[in-house]
Design a protein around this ligand. Structure first.
Ligand code: NAD
Length: 261
């Protein structure tokens, strides 16, 4: 899985087609969508028309909450594949654990079956907490490869990163740029950007890569799509990494997964 990919949350289907096309042209080879984003069709079409072989693209989609349950999940997966216009995904994720439904273990069994059939090359989870991850791993035959969680310098999730690593999962950062807003004006990030001849966004993405996170920034602006991929020609020092690490302030943007159902 490429460590740097491209996300399309909140991007309407047509625009997803345009921005995924731009991203693939810019060099991205990993694309992150979900049933609930309502843009699997445009995303799949952009991949098919890109001129890049399907096997050279790493495609992720996710199972929405109301599709949980063993048989529901099998049906939802088929529907996602059809919208994506492909016969496999590289990674299929349970989008949220939704602990009050208490269906994530039986849902996982469906993902294990899909994985066994080779229709999802890898399976994983998103927004799993330490408690839900612990239970899932205890009951799983196939351990999830990755946990995609909210993670950015204002919410750096050292506890969940450690919990993922303890179970052998990669950590993938969603909203890696903190959705752009206040984070990218942070004086520390702006200063580090000026020192390295890079933007604050590039500094944040570099921080993720050096921490070992998989990262999937989103943009619909072609110049920013390219800018966010141009992060492989500089390196943050240990001191830079510490300064960014010290920005952590419990700045969660999205909901607490324990309460999502
Ligand atoms: P993000 O942190 O990637 O921020 C995107 C926003 O930042 C853009 O809309 C734009 O306003 C700004 N931006 C992007 N590049 C910039 C640049 N170079 N300079 C200045 N501003 C810039 O936010 P996101 O879209 O929430 O997260 C990324 C991806 O993570 C999503 O598209 C989706 O694929 C995934 N995601 C998953 C979940 C989940 O529950 N699993 C939740 C949210 C997002």
């Amino acid at each position: 899985m490429p460590q740097l990919g491209f996300g399309v949350w909140q991007v309407p289907d047509d625009e997803a087609h345009r921005s995924v096309s731009t991203a693939i042209e810019a060099g991205y080879r990993s694309i992150d969508t979900a049933r609930i984003y309502d843009n699997e069709k445009g995303t799949g079409r952009a991949i098919a028309e890109s001129g890049v072989a399907r096997e050279d693209i790493f495609l992720t989609t996710k199972l929405w909450n109301d599709d949980q349950g063993h048989d529901n999940a099998l049906r939802a997966f088929d529907a996602s594949l059809e919208r994506l216009g492909t016969d496999y995904v590289d990674l299929y994720l349970i989008h949220w654990p939704t602990p009050a439904r208490d269906t994530y273990v039986e849902t996982w069994k469906a993902l294990e079956r899909i994985h066994g059939e080779g229709r999802a090359k890898a399976i994983g989870v998103s927004n799993f907490t330490a408690a839900t991850l612990e239970r899932l791993v205890g009951e799983a035959d196939v351990v999830p490869v990755i946990n995609q969680i909210e993670l950015h310098p204002y919410f750096s999730q050292s506890g969940m990163r450690a919990a993922n690593a303890a179970h052998g999962l990669l950590t993938e950062a969603w909203s890696p740029l903190g959705q752009g807003k206040g984070l990218l004006e942070d004086p520390v990030l702006v200063e580090l950007g000026a020192r390295h001849g890079k933007s604050a966004a590039q500094v944040v993405l570099r921080w993720h890569l050096q921490l070992g996170n998989v990262v999937i920034p989103k943009s619909v602006t072609p110049a920013r799509i390219r800018e966010n991929f141009d992060v492989f020609d500089f390196e943050l020092t240990a001191e830079d990494m510490d300064r960014i690490g010290s920005l952590d302030r419990d700045g969660r943007i999205g909901p607490d997964p324990a309460g999502v159902n």
